[in-house]
Design a protein around this ligand. Structure first.
Ligand SMILES: [Zn+2]
Ligand SMILES: [Zn+2]
Length: 91
């Protein structure tokens, strides 16, 4: 089975919730937009490579505006690498 539950390892880069590797990669089922969500606080980074984030309340996909975050699914490792992250940066 292919693992699809990837988290960003170096949390210091973005999130201050103090939980280890809290940021999970999620993908929109319609448009394929990949975002990061904190497991603890729920905040969402629309661009995994950017430090700005939004609150999860009333969130819909920033690209297609069709899906709330709980419709988002797992991401393949090659898709994460395509965003510029290495295997060492995720777990
Ligand atoms: Zn966090
Ligand atoms: Zn979308």
């Amino acid at each position: 089975m292919i693992k699809k539950n990837w988290h960003l390892r170096d949390k210091e880069k973005y999130c201050s919730c103090k939980k280890d590797a809290c940021l999970r990669f999620l993908k929109c089922p319609s448009c394929g937009a990949i975002v990061l969500q904190c497991d603890k606080t729920g905040i969402i980074f629309n661009n995994p490579n950017d430090t700005s984030y939004v609150q999860p309340d009333n969130y819909v996909c920033h690209r297609c505006e069709r899906h709330p975050i709980d419709h988002f699914g797992g991401v393949e490792i090659y898709e994460i690498e395509a965003l510029g992250f290495s295997k060492e940066q995720i777990k």
